[in-house]
Design a protein around this ligand. Sequence first.
Ligand SMILES: Cc1cc2nc3c(=O)[nH]c(=O)nc-3n(C[C@H](O)[C@H](O)[C@H](O)COP(=O)(O)O)c2cc1C
Length: 166
Amino acid sequence: MSYDLVFTSRTGNTRLLAEEIRRTLGENDCGYFGGPEGANLSDGPVYVGFWTDKGGCGPEMEAFLQSLHGREVFLFCTCGFGGDPDYYADILDRAAAHLPADNRVIGRFACQGKMPQPVRQRYLAMQQAGDPQGEKMLINFDRAASHPDEADLAALRQAVLPKQEG
Ligand SMILES: Cc1cc2nc3c(=O)[nH]c(=O)nc-3n(C[C@H](O)[C@H](O)[C@H](O)COP(=O)(O)O)c2cc1C
């Protein structure tokens, strides 16, 4: 069955996930692969991915999600802060809330994504100014630097592949 992949990605992390989904589900069945603007969808499931912007999916993706009707939707994202499943769940819940009720969420996935180096400089300045948050942010930044990694991609493959019956 054909499917579509619609995603936003400023620095490439979410694009890596989108490419892994396409490899996993098969390139030939992929109808549309690209950004939400002007997305030309087939009528199969839609895999919707976004980078986390202020805890949400960003205005462009919000509008796209609001425009979907009668679809099976798989939501995925990357975010700078990692390691807390509740944090991931909240981001995905906020995105899912933009979907009209006649859609069905068939799966979800989130993982950490590396951030640009200037962000580290900001955290370093916070730490040097004695802000206790600075140290925490630096630790998180350095932890994010290797993500999405192979383990993230393996977990993503598990999440998108159809479940084997008992
Ligand atoms: C302007 C801006 C806002 C961001 N806001 C958040 C946020 O609220 N929460 C978070 O966990 N990460 C946040 N991030 C980090 C990105 O979501 C993360 O690095 C993501 O993996 C980037 O994905 P991309 O490479 O596909 O663009 C933000 C990054 C930028 C540039």
